[in-house]
Design a protein around this ligand. Sequence first.
Ligand SMILES: [Zn+2]
Length: 493
Amino acid sequence: MNENHQVLFRKYRPQFFKDVIYQDLAVGSLQNAFKTKKIGHAYIFIGPRGVGKTTIARILAKRLNCENPDGVEPCNKCLSCMEITKGNSNDVMEIDAASNSGVDNIRDLRENVKFNAMGGRYRVYILDEVHMLSSAAFNALLKTLEEPPPHVVFILATTEYHKIPETILSRCQDFHFRKVPVAVLQQYVETLCVKENFKFDSEGLFWIAKKGDGSVRDTLSFMEQAVVFTDGNLTGAKLRKMIGYHGIDTFIELLEDILDPARSAKIFEKLETFFQEGMDLIKFTWDFLEFLNSLLLIKDNLADRESLNIPVEDLQKLKLQFRELDREVLILLAENLFLIHEKMNQMKLRSSYEVKVYLEIQFRKLILEREKPSVSGLLAKLSDLTKQIQSDIGNLSEAGDKETEVKKPVIPEAKRPTAQIPTNVNKPTATTSAALDEKPSPPRQETPKETVTSSTPDTETKPKSSADPNEMEKLLKEKFAGMEVDPGQFKNL
Ligand SMILES: [Zn+2]
């Protein structure tokens, strides 16, 4: 199997401009240079690793020296082309600037530049990682770039544009290379799978592409490992196992367990199973948190595939499945999980057992939090209440109160954290005590804050029929203490 290693990337290294994926901008410009016969003497290729800079530099070198070019493409058959492919052409020098960063190396290069091309027409110097050159070396290089011999072409490649001196940049034509999107990589990997007779499914391809993180080279080297790990069976299930990801079905189930009080026991059964299976529960927590965050993005139509750990096929499914789920609930959960995850990292728990116990406690707290009334739930209740009040007012209109219109509720202005941090277990679970009222205000009323009806002692006789806006406001303040609410939500009250 080891023979397969490295082979994929080499085997499928593009030899023609047309085979390079995604870098149309750079490739198009270079092809135009050949069409218009305006070949520059110095190019700088800028972009992340593994996206084709060196590959394109080699194709360019080939095309420059090709004996039988086919339009803008090299033939890949003539002696010059074949030598370049094999890496033993005397006219194409690949220099790793990272290990030849000194001024002496560049002086040698300047001496070398004077010689004419041996076989082909051009001497091509490919300087990889050129940002690693010392400043003296850059100066020496600059002299050559200022007066390049006509038969010389420099191709500088770098991942770090900002480290290249302006003087060098101004002498070069710059070409920007981009990270390859997951969808493009996924498609590319699929074509290779077909060629190589690997079994695969769409999710498997997604994970391979995702792990490549925009780099074709990294994608293919991960693919090679995956082929070994899965024995050429690149399915989502096997790849998830390989990278230690649990799959969205697990997360969907867990989220449903949390949301449904009748299912909370399942959370702990799951944790136990994961623990027994030797799963990394800290990573699991993070993955679940990412999942919740993705759900939020999906709900807001901000789901950009590049940043999500969710195959595109599942995006729509998730959107439908959790259509009804309140944003506040999701945010609360995600925020709590974030804190749990952070805490676990800080605590340096000694064993996976400790992690499990800690998580069990935290999940219990989460469930308690969950059982607190949600803002939306409160809104529904309030809406009912308001209707009731309005109808009562209608009935009592002879009282002559001009304020028949219920004043719009005022939201507590205090910006307080949206989530109750799970570490505060001592908090009463039913209604969060209204810290707003507890501030410096004099102890004029020892208001019980349990329920809507008992919260206003002055009017406890008939709270519903009281349309006093101050009472409404107080009531709302208590109910909403600790929650941020978009005032827009009250419009229909
Ligand atoms: Zn050729």
